[in-house]
Design a protein around this ligand. Structure first.
Ligand SMILES: NC(=O)c1ccc[n+]([C@@H]2O[C@H](COP(=O)([O-])OP(=O)(O)OC[C@H]3O[C@@H](n4cnc5c(N)ncnc54)[C@H](OP(=O)(O)O)[C@@H]3O)[C@@H](O)[C@H]2O)c1
Length: 212
C-alpha cells in the first residue's frame, strides 16, 4: 500500500522515516513545493513529494499530520479523500498547550470525518510525543496506541500498520471514542511538559490475558 503524508513536521517526518524503513512507498504533501522535493530526496528512492492533493492522489492510506488550527483548510486543499483511509494523528491542542479545544460531545476525529467527506477516518498514533516513534519499545514492552474508527476494514489496515511501526495497538471501538483517546494525548502533554516527566514516556494497556 502507498502512503501519502499531509504535513512535513514532527509527526509527518517521524512516521515517514519509519515507514520508509519498512519499505513503504510514501509521498510527502506540503504547502512548499520546492522544499518538499528536497525533503523527499533526503529520504531516499521510495519517497516523493508534492502538494497535499498530490499526496492524497498517491496514497491508499493518508496520514494527516497538521496543527489543529490548519486542519480544516488543509483538508480542503487536499482535495478528494473519498474512499481513502485517513489516519488522524492530530490533537486539537490550545495555544501554549492550554488544554483541548474540542471534546466531550465531539472530537477532532469526528470533525475531520465531516470535513473529509467519504474518507475512512481512523484515529491513531496521537497519544505520545513524536520523539518516541522511532523507539516504541520500553524495556520488554511496546507503547500502546489506542485507535478507533467506524470502518472495520480501514481499522484493521491501520492496526497492521501500527504493529509494523512497533506499537501495541488497542482497538478502542467506534470513531466517537476519539472523545476518550484525544484527552489521553493531553494527559501525555501534561505529564511530559508540565509535570516534569519529560518526553521519554508512553501509555501501556496491561492485560491479564491476550485480548482482541
Ligand atoms: N509533535 C508531536 O509529538 C505530536 C504527537 C502526537 C500528535 N501530534 C499532533 O499531530 C499534528 C502534527 O503535529 P506536528 O508536531 O507534526 O506539527 P508541526 O511539526 O508543527 O508540523 C505540522 C506540519 O503541518 C503543515 N502545516 C500546515 N499548515 C500549517 C500552519 N498553519 N502552521 C504550521 N504548519 C502547518 C506543515 O507542513 P508543510 O509546511 O509541509 O505543509 C508542518 O510541517 C498536530 O495536530 C499535533 O497535535 C503531534
Amino acid at each position: 500500500m502507498k502512503i501519502g503524508i499531509i504535513g512535513t513536521g514532527n509527526m509527518g517526518k517521524g512516521l515517514g522515516q519509519i515507514l520508509v524503513e519498512k519499505n513503504y512507498e510514501i509521498m510527502f504533501g506540503s504547502r512548499d513545493p520546492v522544499n518538499v522535493l528536497k525533503l523527499a530526496n533526503s529520504f531516499g528512492p521510495n519517497v516523493s513529494g508534492g502538494t497535499y492533493a498530490d499526496a492524497v492522489q498517491f496514497g491508499d492510506i493518508i496520514i494527516l499530520a497538521i496543527p489543529w488550527s490548519s486542519v480544516k483548510e488543509s483538508i480542503e486543499a487536499a482535495g478528494d479523500l473519498n474512499g481513502k483511509i485517513l489516519i488522524d494523528c492530530t490533537n486539537a491542542v490550545a495555544p501554549h498547550l492550554g488544554g483541548l479545544l474540542v471534546g466531550h460531545t465531539t472530537s477532532a476525529a469526528e470533525k475531520i470525518a465531516k470535513w473529509a467527506e467519504g474518507a475512512k477516518v481512523v484515529k491513531a498514533f496521537n497519544s505520545l510525543g513524536s520523539e518516541n516513534l522511532a523507539k516504541l519499545q520500553f524495556g520488554t514492552q511496546n507503547a500502546s496506541t489506542f485507535i478507533c474508527g467506524d470502518d472495520l476494514e480501514a481499522k484493521s489496515v491501520v492496526r497492521r500498520l501500527g504493529e509494523e511501526i512497533g506499537f501495541d495497538v488497542v482497538d478502542a471501538g467506534p470513531l466517537t471514542n476519539a472523545r476518550l483517546i484525544e484527552p489521553l494525548a493531553m494527559l501525555w502533554i501534561e505529564l511530559a511538559y508540565k509535570q516534569g516527566m519529560g518526553t521519554d514516556i508512553a501509555f501501556k494497556l496491561l492485560r491479564r490475558r491476550k485480548a482482541k
